[in-house]
Design a binder for this molecule. Structure first.
Ligand code: VGL
Ligand code: ZN
Length: 185
């Protein structure tokens, strides 16, 4: 990664509930913590981390008719970062999924594109041209964040060693590649 002057590292939803033992565990999710800790030592212009941050009665929860078990309730242990993730280099924390009636896979917008998080403005203020995306889950929040980043005009890379999916298909990976998202080792 040659010139990181205009590059941001984005860490998506590396939270206890998405790790083994959590409410919505992504298989081998903990394997990515060390690679992310290594990446965050590099000289990125900025580092931002998103956190899934739901109200207790969020529409995505199965007891509210949604597809997912209750997870990442705001301020709960499950919504917290795992202890072994080095959060010292992270300058910006982006909460998403904070509105009861809508879910937000992407760290930029909710799924209906009604609400915008501060992420795009932060990247613009810092003259970011390229984003390097890591975190969980590859087939949901990482994919959605990468698609929105690309649409917003950023050169968009996903680091495969620093992401894991719930059930990522070959089609999804091909779709991301054909859009122009770079899948790097
Ligand atoms: C996520 C499902 C529900 C994710 C968040 O971070 O990928 N997946 N909420
Ligand atoms: Zn969620």
């Amino acid at each position: 990664m040659a010139d990181l002057k205009h590059t941001a590292l984005i860490i998506v939803d590396v939270q206890n509930d998405f790790l083994p033992g959590g409410a919505l565990a992504v298989p081998s999710g903990n394997d990515i913590i060390k690679p992310i800790n290594e990446l965050s030592q590099k000289s990125f212009k900025l580092i931002a981390a998103s956190q899934d941050w739901h109200p207790k009665n969020h529409c995505s929860f199965s007891d509210q008719g949604g597809p997912w078990p209750t997870h990442c309730v705001a301020r709960s242990k499950g919504a917290d970062f795992p202890q072994d993730l080095n959060t010292d280099p992270i300058q910006h924390f982006i909460h998403k999924g904070i509105h009861q009636e809508t879910d937000s896979y992407s760290a930029f917008f909710d799924n209906n594109h009604v609400y915008t998080t501060p992420l795009h403005a932060i990247l613009q203020e810092n003259h970011i041209k390229r984003v390097v995306i890591t975190g969980l889950a590859l087939d949901y929040c990482v994919a959605a964040t990468a698609r929105d980043a690309l649409e917003a005009g950023y050169k968009t890379d996903i680091i495969l060693s620093a992401t894991r999916g719930i059930n990522p298909s070959e089609e999804l990976l091909n779709d991301m590649k054909s859009r122009g998202i770079n899948l790097l080792e």
